[in-house]
Design a protein around this ligand. Sequence first.
Ligand code: RB5
Length: 152
Amino acid sequence: MKIAIGNDHVAVEMKNEIMAYLESKGVEVVNVGTDTPERFNYPVSGYRVAKLVASGEVDGGVLICGTGVGISLAANKVRGIRACVCSEPYTARLAKEHNNANIIAFGARVIGVELAKMIVDEWMNARFQGGRHSERVAMIMEIEETQGLKEI
Ligand code: RB5
């Protein structure tokens, strides 16, 4: 498995810990975030990770900023991306099983690193369940593609 990871300046330490954790599990990690404490605008990392995920160069993405909000908002502007902010493992699992989230995001100012590892594990180990969820995810993508929804 190959995962892209990105972060801003407030999440360097957590990014390093999550990278090491993923690598210890045999995951190949592509780091496109910042590695220094100098101010770094989170949309840059959000966009970089999103492009790698959308192009299929990696299997998924992990994004970390202060809250996970800004960086996921940026990623979600790239066509084909479903980035979810999660602060606990249950939402992380359902984000993949029901919403087919291809990027998981969280906040270095919100959760600790051990919880972050659990969130990443739940999301990576979960599988999209398809079925009724496929229809709903297709509707999300329809809004993205057409700025409309046939059904309404
Ligand atoms: C940076 O100060 C902070 O705004 C950023 O890390 C993030 O929380 C934005 O959503």
